[in-house]
Unconditional design. Structure first.
Length: 250
């Protein structure tokens, strides 16, 4: 009899907890929507309020992975790297198969590597991005990040493989084509690099594309002359196609 009574008490507590959780979910959903609207206004004040709303939503619905993912990305975009890392780590504990959380961790450590240039951060970023694409092989953004990180680690063959996977996952994307062009250029396949860059540049946002229009500040006089020689029209029926655009002289 005592065992039966104890079991009834436990069942009652569980039911009460589920009712509270069910009652909290609509409020968490409302806060999530409010956060999205505030974030879209793109002001520091509104984005700070958006993060506060998401933090409250995560408390109301602690097992809602969508809310936690939204919060993790908000932290990351706002530059709160430590909070983003803890949030994504918690998601991977609750749902190890969540590729987005692993990719989020990859982004966190990539940012740390860019700030500190620490080999450990580079390795961690590659590890987490590998985990992301292992769970979801169609994550073009993760493959694209792996291209650059593997080049930095000195793995051109793995970088080339990642570039192929990125292009297969998002054949119409700008970033995979751009990354593929970088791999081809470093491997000396100039025609392939030119083709990929030609495809990528019109797809880039205007402000980013403008950065590629004039490479003169990055090119020495000797290299510039070499590029001009490569870009000159070919006699005897040559195609005359340049490997990369001829830089404008200042």
């Amino acid at each position: 009899m005592p065992n039966t009574y104890g079991a009834m008490v436990i069942v009652g507590l569980l039911l009460s907890a589920s009712v509270v959780l069910a009652d909290d979910r609509p409020q968490a959903e409302r806060l999530s929507k409010e956060a999205s609207e505030r974030w879209s206004q793109a002001t520091l004040e509104e984005r700070h309020k958006a993060i506060e709303a998401l933090e409250q939503a995560a408390k109301l619905a602690p097992h809602d992975l969508r809310v936690r993912s939204q919060l993790g990305h908000a932290y990351l975009d706002a530059g709160y790297n430590h909070d983003a890392k803890e949030t994504f780590e918690h998601i991977t504990e609750l749902a190890p198969g969540d590729a987005d959380a692993w990719q989020g961790l990859g982004r966190v450590w990539k940012r740390d590597w860019l700030a500190m240039l620490a080999t450990r951060s580079l390795e961690k970023s590659i590890h987490y991005l590998d985990e992301a694409v292992r769970r979801d092989p169609m994550r073009a953004e993760a493959w694209t990040m792996l291209v650059i990180l593997r080049l930095e680690r000195g793995d051109p063959n793995l970088a080339a493989a990642a570039a192929g996977r990125a292009l297969a996952a998002a054949p119409e994307g700008a970033s995979p084509a751009l990354a593929g062009g970088v791999v081809a250029y470093q491997a000396g396949r100039l025609g392939e690099a030119e083709s990929l860059f030609t495809v990528a540049f019109p797809r880039l946002p205007r402000q980013i594309a403008a950065r590629f229009r004039d490479v003169t500040p990055l090119v020495s006089r000797q290299d510039g002359e070499t590029i001009e020689d490569l870009s000159a029209p070919k006699p005897c029926g040559g195609s005359g196609a340049s490997a990369i655009p001829t830089p404008r002289r200042a």
